[in-house]
Design a protein around this ligand. Sequence first.
Ligand code: KG4
Ligand code: ZN
Length: 349
Amino acid sequence: MMKTLGIETSCDETSASVTEGKRVLSCVISSSVEMHKKYGGVVPEIASRYHVEYIVEVVDRALRASKKRLGDIALISVTNGPGLVGALLTGISFAKALSLARQKPIIGVNHVLAHLYSAFLDESISPRFPFVGLVVSGGHTALFFCEEMGRQKVLGQTLDDAVGEAFDKVAKTLGLGYPGGPAIEARAARARKKGSVRFPKTNVGKDSLDFSFSGLKTAVLYYVRDRQASVQRKSVKSRAHYLTSEEINDICYAFQENAIDALIEKTFDAVRRYGAREVVVGGGVAINARLREKFRAAAVFRGGVTIHFPLPRHCLDNAAMVGFLGEEMYRQGKRSDVYLSAEPNLEVL
Ligand code: KG4
Ligand code: ZN
């Protein structure tokens, strides 16, 4: 079996892995998230510098954890887009240098597609083609029809914010810090007066499989502003101070239900239109337990569609998904070379 060294540096995680097909022998993730917290979001320059500082150590740790050496590696697979250009460049430059120095083939992988196929990793039951795939992350929200590994059609995308981005922005409005996803999920789970807050459903059009989350995000902002006006305590600095903790929980619940329902509606519309029997969800937001619960319920409700999620450790950015997809593409005859470059806006084809 060939072994692949995976490298991922598209955003704020520096990650390296050793994979053998879908088996993950090791996957090391070092995140600069703590350094971005005080800015309320990822600062590209800080992310890039962190990658430069840690990439060698992270790759070294991944090799050691897998009990393999560089000599055992048959392929280097690296994310080349989409993502932050400086961040991407670090991983790509490192991968190219290694490929040249050790005479190893190299392949560039699309980050969004790596998320899309991450449910194959380490799982005993692999999804069966064709399926409807949904990627929900901080940078992307996209729906696919996947005919075979690496051959997929984009059915819909977000017209504005990605769903993870909406989680992050709503959390900021409510003073819950960055990243927003985990905080909102935890708050929503504690909501007691479910249904006391409601946000209008976003209507993207019945025939469209696109998504839109900026209206929902703005609805939350206006709700908070209205509450602020009604409380009329002008001396309080943070808007969130106008809300009680219980109210914040209820807002988080209403927002999260609304966002998940929108994802479910379009995903199962696609299932119906394409006659698919399986659904695969990937990306950072797919770690959300409420999302999993609601998707599973929807799958049962709609005639026993089988639903697949990646293991939680493969939802957020990681190199294992990059190594896996790179190897699959390599087996299909695809190759990159020393001209591989960072493509911040790389499209999914
Ligand atoms: O896939 P990912 O690690 O990075 C991108 O490719 O963007 O996703 C990060 C996103 C962030 O927006 C974060 O808030 C969201 O995933 N996220 C969550 C949860 N944990 C992380 N969203 C909802 N619920 C969560 N528990
Ligand atoms: Zn990602």
